[in-house]
Write a protein that binds this ligand. Structure first.
Ligand code: GA4
Length: 331
């Protein structure tokens, strides 16, 4: 029998848990980036799930494993070392607290701006103090992932029939694009499993505010998405592939045709999970509104017009699980 100490219990007391779900969902759409039909398949996946797995993406596996290794080294540092890079404001090292409004999860993370100029000294110190060139591993990885993301966004525009084909990709490739990058580390929680048979919530349910999110994780389960009918399903991990999800901004730009998918992460009882996510966002001044060519005759925007700055400011006042687009829907 496992006996939990008071300190261990205190650790978990503020955390939400959930029952482990049975089995892995086999219905996640898999898109081969080199498939001539990719653009059509992507649009179908974004409409039905707001989520798909991408294979044959051209990002070398070594870029992923090198960053995973260096990130793991960082998360294995003594707490006092990691704390030097925190708390996140919003960038920097975070431990259990997510965002500014009281959300918590069984997680440690590093949140970075993809524009190096925006990263504060605190964040840069992480890189200076980590000898094996953590910084260049992050930069090399982001460069590769961005290149691939532009390709995916161009296929999306093609598939939707909106022109020019870089109409979406240029928003995230703009030098003023407001994109960020996150390394998430979910430690295992064996005691809790022994005690209750439940999983801790690593990252609570939410949608991503941006246009697109591109996730790669190690081979540990944990990621779940919410289907149209409200059921939560577990995504089978695949360390060689990317998982793409549609964010709120793209839901608006497609007037609701694409779904911004609700997702969450459960901590594993035995294995640590590490994920790296690139969030492609537009410049702050960008107006977020449906593409006129996507509106059928007489169809109106479902949303009030707003800028990315306005949306992001409002997002940072919300709790993780809030339905953030609700405030911007037309009455
Ligand atoms: C969710 C998507 C990204 O991880 C993130 C998160 C951000 C944060 O962790 O600082 C937010 C969350 C995310 C949405 C609502 C607000 C802001 C925490 C939170 C409670 C970096 C983002 O852009 O929005």
């Amino acid at each position: 029998m496992v006996v939990l100490s008071q300190t261990a219990l205190d650790h978990y007391s503020s955390m939400k848990t959930c029952k482990p779900t049975n089995g892995l969902f086999t219905g996640i759409p898999v898109i081969d980036l080199k498939d001539p039909e990719a653009k059509t398949r992507i649009v179908e996946a974004c409409q039905e799930f707001g989520f798909f797995k991408l294979v044959n993406h051209g990002v070398p596996f070594e870029f992923m494993t090198r960053l995973e290794y260096l990130a793991m080294n960082f998360f294995n540092l003594p707490q006092s070392e990691k704390d030097k890079a925190g708390p996140p404001d919003p960038f920097g090292y975070g431990n259990k607290r997510i965002g500014p409004n009281g959300d918590v999860g069984w997680i440690e993370y590093l949140l970075l701006n993809t524009n190096p100029q925006v990263n504060c000294n605190k964040t840069l110190s992480i890189f200076q103090e980590n000898p094996q060139n953590f910084r260049s591993a992050v930069e090399d990885y982001i460069l590769e992932v961005k290149r691939m993301t532009y390709e995916v966004l161009e296929l999306m525009a093609d598939g939707l029939g909106i022109e020019p084909r870089n109409v979406l990709s240029k928003l995230v490739s703009d030098e003023k694009s407001d994109s960020c990058f996150r390394l998430n580390y979910y430690p295992p929680c064996p005691e809790l499993q022994a005690l209750s048979g439940r999983n801790l919530i690593g990252f609570g349910e939410h949608t991503d505010p941006q246009i697109i999110s591109v996730l790669r994780s190690n081979n540990t389960t944990g990621l779940q998405i919410c289907l149209r009918d409200g059921t939560w399903v577990s995504v089978p991990p695949d360390q060689t592939s990317f998982f793409i999800n549609i964010g709120d901004a793209l839901q608006v730009m497609t007037n609701g045709r694409f779904r911004s998918v609700k997702h969450r992460v459960l901590a594993d009882n035995m294995k640590s999970r590490i994920s790296m996510i690139y969030f492609g966002g537009p410049p702050l001044s960008e107006k977020i509104a449906p593409f006129p060519s996507l509106l059928a005759e007489g169809e109106e925007s479902l949303y009030e017009q707003f800028t990315w700055y306005e949306y992001k400011s409002s997002a940072y006042k919300s709790r993780l699980a809030d339905y953030r687009l609700g405030l911007f829907e037309k009455k």
